[in-house]
Design a protein around this ligand. Structure first.
Ligand SMILES: CCCCCCCCCCCCCCCCCCCCCC(=O)SCCNC(=O)CCNC(=O)[C@H](O)C(C)(C)COP(=O)(O)OP(=O)(O)OC[C@H]1O[C@@H](n2cnc3c(N)ncnc32)[C@H](O)[C@@H]1OP(=O)(O)O
Ligand SMILES: Cc1cc2nc3c(=O)[nH]c(=O)nc-3n(C[C@H](O)[C@H](O)[C@H](O)COP(=O)(O)OP(=O)(O)OC[C@H]3O[C@@H](n4cnc5c(N)ncnc54)[C@H](O)[C@@H]3O)c2cc1C
Length: 697
């Protein structure tokens, strides 16, 4: 019935096509023309961005495999936006367990399985099992514990969540309240929720899926509080899936998005777990209750899983923004709106400066974040190798870099998706565009794994400490090393004399570096106001100046992001035309960052008004220069239609037909009269029914 309805409507459209206005352009022709006028080959650039031809081929193979299943077919994926929470939850788990099965049978490697899930874009109750439960055991369990837990977790005989956040505390990890009290007589820990605020709240997969969790609780031995430690805790019976005695567990309810995942609550009434359930790679408790703390350089070992996830989130941000910009750029290149006279060819809306100025800098941000994501992953991998060899020296730098970058990247991606949605006008508001769901499911990333303001403040703390170090004549290494030359930098002025000067890498780097240095110096001064020369990182000077401190940390992260982008393009193996386009994109990225907070550069007289005017002029020229390459730049992300799952972003540009087919094919259109007709509308609207009702009065 639904299919018939759809076919009839399409036929009607085809029949009336001879009535179109003279200036009408078929959307597919627009996209074809866009591709023809590009200055470089998007296929070649896609290979570079994605890390090789094999990666793209492997992805196509995985998509074909998905398409051949009932749970991963295009039809199943495109129906998702019509489904309830319960359906999404079950569908997510079906997909994840099927993928797991393929992995266990050897048909998929572990990496294939992860990539398949990413392509499916359907998070489920097992996501945290893979990304936090197993990795925490791998990095924080000792050898014996790993040998005991990991085979069960990898075989899916048990499934786990990461239970850290509580109703009362997420940010302030040291303030968590759940207790793990050691009972020497039975050699067990007693896990307890002492207050309403101590109930675990938010962990993904905890509500209905997990049989176990990583429990973060305060270790108490002989009434002494040793702070937060990780435990592996069983919460459900393996035969019945019912909660164990003393355990109250459930789902926390519908959310803004991400509704297939059962984020859960967990309340514990003196539940006993064995001594060896405490993960003991870094700290230990002996049977007789002796506590051995982690070494000083391992003091933050418990936070290790969070650092790993932040690296992943940085990596993910660029690709998510790539998806949103692919949809928006392709759509705004086929969308035509307004001509001087009716019947004339209307303008592609991407040719309006307001849209180009919104979307092209976002394309640049997506590229910058993709390169940054790769750099962050490489940095994290190097840290892992060092850590496994017992060397944790790079952890402090890794933490502060990733904290600020997690904030910058997720803010950029989340705000960017919403800007793309708005840029697509009315059709952007339709779930069929793919953008509302992308936004609703992504925007959580600005909060989870460390709220972005809080993460920025970790970076701010490091920048302030770096300045203190410089003042004391100590050397500062790593991403804040530029503060070493703060004194000279603060006397510099912008050298721009002509609009074209803004395009040079040195000028842009210098301006971004000056801004970061200036803001760091100002932030430092603010903190020294009342402390008698000593900074209190939890005192009123700190808490009363967090707006400025967050801004300062973000300026630093922007500098790191931009210089990483520029270097990556410089080092990439690109054909000359693609390199030329990307060099312009790097310039647009830098200029957009400066224009967003231009006031900073005026504060200490670094910039003059004529130079700011030249910056705006050059940015506007760049928008025009990059416009012919807009579609090729998003094609180069190499994101398949399957993954976009968007009527607006499809690569052939046949947007209007796709919208019509998807809309007319949905369940609400299953019958012509609609589901409310008989029970609700008919008694009012149908004259015979009305007559009948009146006669009964
Ligand atoms: C095309 C396709 C291609 C696609 C490709 C795409 C590829 C990828 C696709 C993949 C998809 C991804 C899927 C992911 C799924 C997972 C979902 C995740 C779900 C979410 C899970 C969660 O949401 S789970 C809970 C997280 N919950 C937090 O995140 C709490 C924040 N809160 C804190 O984290 C602490 O509370 C906070 C503030 C630090 C203060 O901690 P505190 O009070 O103890 O420390 P202080 O501030 O006093 O600082 C004292 C000193 O500690 C230092 N320090 C602090 N932290 C440190 C650390 N971590 N490491 C080292 N050092 C650290 C600091 O730098 C200071 O150093 P110093 O003294 O030298 O200055
Ligand atoms: C979808 C989703 C999934 C999650 N999954 C998990 C999971 O699997 N496991 C888990 O343990 N947790 C999980 N969480 C919890 C998540 O990690 C926390 O919500 C997050 O760390 C923020 O903490 P909070 O909720 O306590 O926010 P709060 O800290 O209460 O933040 C409220 C506001 O206060 C501000 N603020 C707080 N502290 C400071 C400060 N020191 N300085 C300046 N401003 C401050 C913040 O910027 C924010 O605007 C998840 C959360 C979400 C939304």
């Amino acid at each position: 019935m639904v299919r018939e309805h759809c076919d009839r409507t399409t036929a009607l459209v085809n029949e009336s096509s001879q009535l179109v206005l003279a200036g009408h352009v078929e959307p597919q022709d627009d996209l074809r023309a866009e591709r023809k006028r590009a200055s470089f080959s998007s296929q070649e650039l896609a290979v570079v961005l994605n890390g090789g031809t094999e990666v793209l081929q492997r992805r196509s193979r995985l998509i074909s495999q998905l398409q051949s299943t009932s749970w991963g077919s295009q039809a199943a994926v495109s129906q998702r936006c019509f489904h309830s929470r319960e359906q999404l939850h079950v569908e997510g788990l079906v997909a994840q367990t099927e993928i797991w099965k393929l992995m266990q049978s050897g048909a998929l490697s572990q990496q294939d399985a992860k990539d398949m899930e990413t392509l499916l874009t359907l998070p489920g109750g097992l996501t945290l099992h893979q990304y936090m439960f197993i990795p925490t055991i791998e990095t924080q369990g000792d050898e014996e514990q790993q040998a005991y837990w990991l085979p069960k977790a990898r075989a899916l005989e048990i499934t786990g969540a990461y239970a850290q956040t509580e109703m009362g505390h997420g940010t302030f990890v040291r303030g968590l309240e759940t207790t793990a009290t050691y009972d020497r007589a039975s050699e067990e820990f007693i896990i307890h929720s002492p207050a309403l605020s101590s109930i675990k709240w938010w962990p993904g997969g905890l509500g209905k899926t997990a049989t176990h969790c990583i429990m973060l609780a305060r270790l108490i031995i002989n009434s002494k509080d040793h702070g937060l430690h990780p435990f592996v805790m069983q919460i459900r019976d393996l035969h019945t899936h019912l909660p164990l005695a003393g355990v109250r567990v459930g789902d926390i309810g519908p959310k803004f998005g991400y509704n297939g995942v059962d984020n859960g609550y967990l309340m514990l009434d003196r539940v006993r777990i064995p001594r060896r359930a405490m993960l003991m790679r870094h700290a230990r408790v002996t049977p007789d209750g002796h506590y051995f703390p982690p070494s000083a350089e391992n003091a933050k070992a418990t936070y290790g899983t969070m650092v790993a996830i932040r690296a992943l989130l940085v990596d993910e941000a660029g690709w998510v923004l790539a998806r949103a910009t692919t949809i928006a750029v392709r759509y705004t290149a086929i969308r035509r709106q307004t001509s001087e006279r009716v019947g004339d060819k209307e303008l592609q809306v991407l040719d309006y400066q307001n849209l180009a100025a919104t979307l092209l800098p976002l394309v640049a941000s997506a590229y910058a974040l993709i390169f940054m994501g790769k750099a962050s992953s490489d940095m994290y991998k190097r840290f892992e190798q060092d850590r496994d060899a017992g060397n944790l020296a790079s952890l402090p730098e890794l933490h502060v870099l990733l904290a600020g970058m997690k904030a910058l990247s997720t803010w950029t991606a989340a705000d960017g998706i919403e800007a793309c949605r708005r840029g697509c006008g009315g059709h952007g508001y339709s779930a069929l565009s793919g953008l509302p769901d992308l936004y609703a499911s992504y925007v959580q990333n600005v909060t989870l794994e460390g709220d972005n303001n809080v993460m920025s403040l970790q970076t701010a703390r490091h920048l302030v400490k770096s300045q203190e170090a410089v003042a004391k004549g100590r050397r500062v290494e790593g991403s804040a090393a530029y503060l070493q030359r703060a004194e000279q930098e603060l006397h510099r002025k912008c050298s721009v004399q002509a609009p074209q000067d803004w395009q040079t890498a040195e000028v842009l780097d210098a301006a971004l570096r000056h801004r970061a240095t200036y803001l760091a110096a100002e932030g430092h001064k603010l903190l020294l106001r009342h402390g008698g020369g000593k900074i209190n990182f939890a005192g009123p000077d700190w808490n009363g100046n967090t707006v400025q401190l967050i801004h300062m940390a973000q300026a630093h992260s922007q500098l790191v992001l931009h210089t990483t982008f520029a270097q990556s393009v410089h080092q990439a193996d690109l054909e000359p035309a693609a390199r030329a386009a990307l060099i312009k994109l790097v310039a647009l990225h830098g200029m957009s960052l400066l224009l967003r907070d231009l006031q900073d550069l005026f504060m200490d007289g670094y910039l003059q008004a004529f130079q700011a005017q030249m910056l705006v002029q050059r940015r506007n020229e760049l928008l025009l220069e990059l416009r012919p390459d807009a579609v090729a730049l998003v094609d180069s992300f190499g994101i398949a239609d399957y993954q976009l799952n968007s009527c607006l972003g499809r690569s052939d540009g046949d947007v209007y037909r796709a919208l019509l087919e998807a809309a007319s094919g949905q369940q609400l259109n299953k019958t012509e009269e609609g589901p409310a007709w008989n029970a609700v509308l008919k008694p009012w609207l149908d004259p015979a029914s009305r007559q009948q009702a009146r006669s009964k009065l």
